[in-house]
Design a protein around this ligand. Structure first.
Ligand code: F6P
Length: 500
């Protein structure tokens, strides 16, 4: 069974007359200069591309940061532009931020305070006072734009950790909107979250939502534990909700999925293509291929994975000349010193491993950091014998799901870190690893590669079923259904108060 893409009818049967306003840091379309021409780019990120068709069919407005250098050239005086450009279906309302604000709000507070704390790595936190100031200012700009676009009854759907203060700010001018937020990363334990100096203000902001969604039940429990730190909050574990400042906020898990059908079709159409032939000619591959695909982020555990591979080649030399690991990496947040240092370290480690073990006709690690076309990526997913997804911490991890959906014949094996949200869903049929247990990780690579075919197929069939039934459309539908249930509950309560 596959989640049905919500149609305009489904969304409007749930929203009624209420208008949808989506807000996220990243925008679904950006306008950029290329050779003095303005071109439209669509960020590769799965979330914006999955939400875009839904907003297209439901109509409404999407509020996002104007990150493109030509964005301002195409918007009206209020920062609005109709998208998709070729056939506009909804308004994109762009929020302009100065370079200083982007440094403080995005590179600073979002990615050097909230990101490390939520990924339970508080020693990487850089709690500069000006970061917080910029985060507040940028959230205010988003909130003003949302309040401008919303009417009293709108459903405001906020995405992610960049916008934690927005719900409270929106309520100042639009007290009656239905406000919901999905937190796309881990929500940590109370002890870890408390290391953030502004933990109270963040909770105060988030508890102005009517509904907050997380990937797993554990993150919901962690959030409820954190909410209990606010003296004026009453946490109701039975209904998984928090009563605070005269409002009840429901806390629910909605595991994010991918467009699995589209991913499978892409894998089918990428069989035996030119990319694959060129790739094989260009690199000295072994007969067995392992694959890792990620942004260059310290949470993804790339150095730990390379250490496990080194241990394998060192202690079991029969894998030398046989197993090639392909690392596809994309540069990310490079203005942050931690990310720059990681990029340099990964490159030097790969070079060291290739010098240590490589031969004239075998490359142990192939490093790809250039742009790859969609069908190239799909081919790598499809051809890999082993997909290695081993973050030190990850809220969900969609690469694991993309690998599964791409196994169209001769299925590979998924090796998955137990410290990911995806392990809750896929952990029974994937081979679980702990990213910091180097010898155990190396053993797991070997056992995964030694699984007999019937066992590989059985595991992959089960994984495919899960990935297809919990896809991105099931994720959206579950949230819209929850909105409807909350509204129904409130209508009933309001009627009974009237009758008394
Ligand atoms: O996982 C959280 C997330 O914000 C995703 O939504 C996004 O794809 C990824 O991190 C990269 O984020 P960005 O490049 O916008 O910092």
């Amino acid at each position: 069974m596959t989640g049905e893409r919500p149609t305009a009818e489904t969304v409007s049967s749930i929203l009624g007359d209420r208008e949808l306003v989506v807000a996220s840091n990243r925008q679904p379309y950006s306008h950029e200069y290329e050779d003095e021409e303005i071109v439209v780019n669509r960020p590769a990120g799965g979330l914006t591309s999955a939400l875009d068709p839904v907003v297209q069919s439901a109509g409404g407005t999407w509020v996002a940061w104007a990150s493109g250098d030509a964005d301002g050239e195409v918007t009206d005086d209020d920062g609005r532009v109709g998208v998709p450009p070729e056939n506009p279906a909804y308004d994109l309302r762009r929020v302009s931020l100065s370079d200083e604000q982007v440094d403080g709000y995005y590179y600073g507070y979002s990615n050097q305070v909230l990101w490390p704390i939520c990924h339970i790595d508080p020693s990487k936190m850089n709690a500069r006072a000006d970061f917080w100031q910029h985060y507040r200012d940028a959230n205010r700009k988003f909130a003003d734009a949302i309040a401008d676009e919303a009417n009293g009854e709108s459903v405001v759907w906020l995405q992610d950790y960049h916008l934690a203060l927005v719900p409270r700010m929106v309520r100042e001018t639009r007290p009656d909107v239905f406000c919901m937020q999905f937190w796309h990363i881990t929500w940590p334990s109370r002890d870890a979250f408390q290391t953030c100096p502004q933990y109270r203000q963040l909770l105060d902001g988030l508890l102005a939502n009517d509904l907050i969604g997380f990937h797993t039940d554990q993150y919901c429990q962690n959030f409820l534990d954190c909410a209990a730190m606010l003296p004026d909050a009453r946490v109701d574990r039975a209904t998984r909700s928090v009563v605070y400042d005269g409002r009840r906020t429901f806390v629910r898990s909605f595991p994010l999925g991918i467009d699995a059908t589209q991913r499978r079709q892409l894998a089918i159409s990428s069989a035996d293509n030119e990319f694959w032939h060129e790739f094989k000619d260009e690199h000295d591959l072994g007969d067995t291929l392992a694959l890792g695909i990620e942004r260059l982020d310290y949470t993804k555990g790339i150095p730990e994975r390379l250490a496990a591979l080194e241990h394998l080649w060192e202690t079991r030399p029969e894998w030398q000349g046989e197993l090639t690991y392909v690392q596809k990496a994309s540069e990310s947040r490079s203005q942050i010193p931690e990310y720059q240092a990681l990029q340099d370290f990964v490159e030097s480690e790969i070079q060291r491993l290739n010098e240590r073990f490589g031969t004239d006709n075998w490359t142990p690690v192939v490093y790809l950091n250039e742009y790859l076309p969609k069908d190239g990526l799909a081919t790598l997913y499809r051809e890999a014998d082993l997909g290695i997804v081993s973050p030190r911490r990850d809220g969900m991890n969609l690469v694991a799901k993309e690998f599964v959906a791409s196994q169209v014949d001769d299925p590979g094996v998924l090796l998955l870190s137990e410290l990911t949200g995806a392990a809750e869903e896929l952990g029974d049929e994937a081979i679980l690893v702990h990213p910091h247990d180097t010898p155990g990780f190396a053993d797991a690579i070997e056992s995964a590669l030694s699984l007999p075919e019937p066992e590989r197929s059985r595991r992959m069939n089960d994984l495919e079923r899960l990935v297809h039934s919990n896809d991105v459309y099931a994720w959206m539908n579950a949230q819209f259904r929850t909105v409807k249930a909350i509204q129904r509950g409130r209508d009933v309560a309001a009627k009974s108060v009237k009758r008394q």
